[in-house]
Design a protein around this ligand. Structure first.
Ligand code: KG4
Ligand code: ZN
Length: 339
């Protein structure tokens, strides 16, 4: 069946809409990022996020249709993120999508945000099955064995913080702006990704992740250098640019080593995989991307990672998942709820 899909994403702090057609064509991809609204708080404030989604969503959807040169009448299916995410943020997108679908007699499909990230590489590449997918974002860090569309096993999850969360929290510790990931990458590149402080790596040999200990390791390393006051909870060297570069570089190398070690283990356990994909906001990081690509090639596997606009939250990936669900006749009903 041929479909014109309208994708809607509002699970966290991006309001996004995209138009995708079955003949594999992304016609538009509009994103409004609320980062500037949350920056002063050092993280996403749920109530502010919900309100901003309400203010923007109608305009963003209209822009996506306009840029695609598609009228609402021509849309067959509305695919909307309904899990997981911030409840108020998810509700905005889902209620908007349901109202539109009901009022205009369209089909609706609820999409798992993580499945969106998981298949985001397909927007630009023909990725073979089976493959390993490493999803690393601000809320999640998981490893999947992907056997087909909608057919995948979670083989590793984070037991505490996500990788992006570790970048953000540690960046905050040394007074870098939110979100920390891009700032960490920039500072680390300036000192050639040298592992100055050698924070400890994960010692257990399984496919799960853990990043909360890393924040503690960074903290105590700063304390030992007289750069952090634990009782006052304050960073004592905000003007020490060299120290910030060294922390950023050591952190980035450490997180990449952890990814690499887990992927090596997974490649040994699942030698049948054809490729590795690396997706989610953290996959914007060129250093991590390059190291995973080198690892994949050393195991004679292909490597795919979306361009930056499809790594961070977007509705194109939601529309894409809606597209293959529509092919499998997996539509939702108008009682679609959030989780
Ligand atoms: O996928 P995403 O936009 O939102 C979630 O679903 O969480 O990911 C946002 C995360 C943030 O933690 C941010 O610091 C991280 O992705 N990030 C990066 C980079 N760009 C964004 N982390 C490391 N290096 C980057 N260049
Ligand atoms: Zn995301």
């Amino acid at each position: 069946m041929k479909y014109v899909l309208l994708g809607i994403e509002s699970s966290c702090d991006e309001t996004a809409a995209a138009v995708y057609t079955t003949d594999n064509r992304l016609l538009s991809n509009v994103i409004y990022s609320q980062t500037d609204l949350h920056k002063q708080f050092g993280g996403v404030v749920p109530e502010i996020a919900s309100r901003a989604h309400i203010e923007k969503i109608s305009h963003i959807v209209a822009s996506a249709l306009e840029q695609a040169n598609i009228s609402l009448r021509q849309v067959d299916v509305i695919a909307v993120t309904n899990k997981p995410g911030l409840p108020g943020s998810l509700l905005t997108g889902v209620c908007f999508a349901k109202g539109l679908a009901y009022g205009q007699n369209k089909k609706i499909i609820g999409v798992n945000h993580l499945e969106g990230h998981g298949f985001s590489s397909f927007l630009e590449h023909n990725v073979p099955f089976p493959h390993l997918c490493l999803t690393a974002s601000g809320g999640h860090t998981s490893l999947y064995l992907v056997k087909d569309f909608g057919d995948y096993d979670i083989i590793g999850i984070t037991k505490d913080d996500a990788a992006g969360e570790a970048f953000d929290k540690i960046a905050k510790l040394i007074q870098l702006p939110y979100p920390g990931g891009p700032y960490i990458e920039k500072l680390a590149a300036e000192v050639d990704f040298i592992d100055f402080f050698k924070y400890s790596r994960l010692k257990d040999k399984n496919l799960n992740f853990s990043f909360s200990g890393l924040k503690t390791a960074v903290l105590y390393n700063l304390v030992s250098q007289g750069a952090y006051d634990l009782s006052e909870k304050s960073f004592l060297k905000p003007d020490d640019y060299t120290l910030k570069q060294q922390v950023a570089s050591s952190l980035l190398v450490c997180i990449t080593d952890i990814f690499e070690q887990r992927l090596k283990l997974a490649l040994q356990q699942y030698p049948e995989v054809q490729a590795i994909t690396f997706v989610g906001g953290v996959a914007c990081n060129k250093y991590i991307k390059a190291r995973i690509e080198t690892l994949a090639h050393s195991y004679h596997k292909q490597f795919f990672s979306p361009s930056a606009q499809f790594c961070t939250d977007n509705a194109a990936m939601i529309a894409f998942v809606g597209h293959y669900k529509a092919q499998q006749n997996k539509f939702s009903d108008y009682a679609l709820d959030i989780y």
